[in-house]
Design a binder for this molecule. Structure first.
Ligand SMILES: [Ca+2]
Length: 566
């Protein structure tokens, strides 16, 4: 089987000297041999897969490398260009604002729609450049943002509805430099194009982002070892030429869904957290890559979606690991992580909002929803094959795969998940991997001799041990970007990954949640004007999760009623 990314090491970027990783810092803070946390990042393949055609002629090699200055006190490299936008997602007709700093006199912006056949859809040239410095350390730029003025803005065309976009900014005078910045455009009426929402991951990307001198894993301030406990979305992404970590593994999945004709609508974690009722518009939620940072109300919303018979497809791993809070209208993520018990102001105020690990929350362990959960140290093991356990399962329909075959090649990558203590008792274990080879040089950091990984499927139904379930399906791949890597590999043998992906989503699309019934209306009436809270939100009668069952919830229910009867 031909490989296009043979060199794919899953090596976290371990810092030396003053570049400390969190596990290092914690061992300093607590002097206890706590388990290693999830990896900050995994290396990328040296070159793109053959089928990933781009009509950007100077597509750079794909690898994770900070191209944007993040170092405090170090002169800005010349040439320099960095950028961010004012929001993560937009509606058609909204204005997008680019904040750009460059040492060049002029620069250009091109916008590409991200799918297998990438296409440039807009271009602005001869824009006047101006250099703005990174704010000084005292202003905490990692948490307060770059605070650069708007350099360029325009109204997003109406026909751009529903897309995953990437901006390329290039200097057009002096020495050549470039950077990217991602954004999405939502559908004006949620659910009107598709019942599938692709939940684009910005949270993990931003918590990894070192721009400004700190991230939630990284610190460049030698006299203060503290990691960031708040990070701003209003700053450039330092990694992967402005695309940010955790970009990979996502675009392959969304591209394949588009190629299969599913036309997924794109939303972000903030779109869900800020408007939980948006999920009434969708039957299937798709996650890919690495959704490590989740707000409490997002967990609640996912649970509510699952409860009403909606489906969840995680082509990802180490999801739902840290709890976060959004602040500043969604422009800031707060997560105290290891510092939470000492520093999080929600301690003793509302412990359910303390920003620590989800697996410390009795109400919301990841595996209770996903079926599996992160396995510590997994990112220090070499990639391994994901082996088929039940070839008669519907997800393998249309493939020649037999039990014992590998799906793709070395699909179990970097961080991987396995069945946990709170997992549903009955699940289909579809794929498993046994990872025994520690990445060279890390043997002394790994106290276990192997890691088990699994991909699972279950339904919220009697067959799977939930007598009153409404059929909500869950697929969890349990591998970081490995699923996307294989999905986007056009070598012989990899078509099975695309078939399996399509089978999973098609089964979910073909099984819409049960229609709104008189029973739902009776539950709504029984909780009328009640004060509700998580986890059950008045038996999910509080549809918009604002704490009260009232006319707004009735309106959502009535709209669902209308949509199933029209
Ligand atoms: Ca309500």
């Amino acid at each position: 089987m031909k490989r296009t990314f043979l060199v794919f090491l899953c090596i976290p970027l371990l810092g030396t000297g003053r570049y400390l990783r969190e596990d290092g810092a914690r061992s300093i803070l607590y002097a206890t041999p706590l388990m290693l946390e999830a990896a900050e990042a995994c290396a990328r393949p040296e070159q793109a897969s053959e089928g990933n055609v781009s009509n950007w002629p100077d597509e750079p090699p794909i690898h994770r490398e900070d191209n944007t200055s993040t170092l405090l006190g170090v002169p800005t490299p010349t040439p320099y260009i960095a950028a961010y936008t004012d929001k993560k997602s937009y509606l058609p007709g909204e204005t997008i604002r680019f904040h750009v700093s460059t040492t060049a006199d002029t620069y250009s912006i091109e916008i590409r729609k991200e799918q297998w056949q990438r296409k440039v859809v807009a271009k602005a040239t001869n824009l006047p450049g101006k250099y703005y410095p990174m704010p000084p350390y005292e202003q905490q730029p990692w948490a307060t943002g770059a605070n650069w003025p708007v350099s360029y803005s325009w109204v997003i065309p109406q026909e751009w509805e529903n897309g995953n976009y990437l901006a390329l900014l290039r200097t057009t005078s002096g020495e050549y430099a470039y950077t990217y910045h991602p954004f999405i455009v939502r559908t004006r009426v949620p659910g009107s194009r598709s019942k599938i929402a692709f939940v684009t991951n910005y949270n993990t990307r931003q918590t990894y982002n070192r721009w400004g001198g700190r991230s939630m894993y990284y610190n460049e301030v030698p006299w203060d070892l503290h990691y960031a406990v708040a990070v701003s979305f209003l700053r450039p992404f330092a990694a992967s030429y402005g695309r940010g970590d955790a970009y990979w593994g996502q675009w392959e999945v969304s591209s394949q869904l588009i190629a299969d004709g599913f036309d997924p609508e794109f939303i972000t974690e903030w779109d869900i957290s800020s408007n939980p009722a948006i999920l009434r518009a969708y039957d299937v939620l798709v996650f890919a890559g690495h959704h490590e940072y989740i707000s409490r109300n997002m967990y609640d919303v996912l649970q509510a979606h699952h409860y009403r018979g909606g489906h969840l497809a995680f082509f990802s791993a180490n999801d739902i690991y840290w709890q976060v809070r959004f602040e500043d209208g969604g422009n800031t993520i707060v997560c105290y992580k290891s510092y939470a018990w000492k520093e999080d102001p929600m301690m003793g105020v509302d412990d359910s909002l303390v920003t620590t690990r989800w697996n410390q929350s009795p109400a919301r362990p990841a595996e209770a929803l996903q079926g599996i959960c992160y396995v510590p140290y997994s990112y220090l093991f070499e990639r391994e094959d994901f082996i088929v356990q039940d070839c008669s399962h519907f997800i393998f329909e249309g493939t020649p795969l037999q039990n014992g075959d590998a799906l793709g090649w070395k699909m179990a990558s970097c961080e991987t998940d396995y069945i946990g203590s709170k997992s549903p008792a009955i699940m289909d274990v579809i794929l498993t991997a046994r990872r025994e080879r520690v990445i060279a040089g890390y043997e002394n950091r790994v106290p276990v001799d192997h890691i088990d990984a699994a991909a699972v499927y279950y339904q919220d139904s009697p067959k799977y041990g939930f007598p009153t379930g409404r059929g909500g399906q869950v697929f969890s791949a349990g591998t970081n970007e490995g699923w996307g890597d294989c999905l986007g590999d056009w070598s012989a043998g990899y078509e099975t990954v695309r078939i399996v992906t399509g089978n999973i989503i098609r089964r979910m699309v073909d099984s819409p949640p049960p229609p709104v019934s008189l029973q739902d209306l009776a539950v709504l009436a029984s909780h009328w004007l009640d004060k509700c809270s998580s986890p059950n939100w008045c038996e999910y009668a509080d549809v918009d999760m604002n704490g009260t069952v009232n006319l707004a919830d009735f309106a959502h229910l009535a709209a669902s009623w209308h949509s199933v009867t029209e």
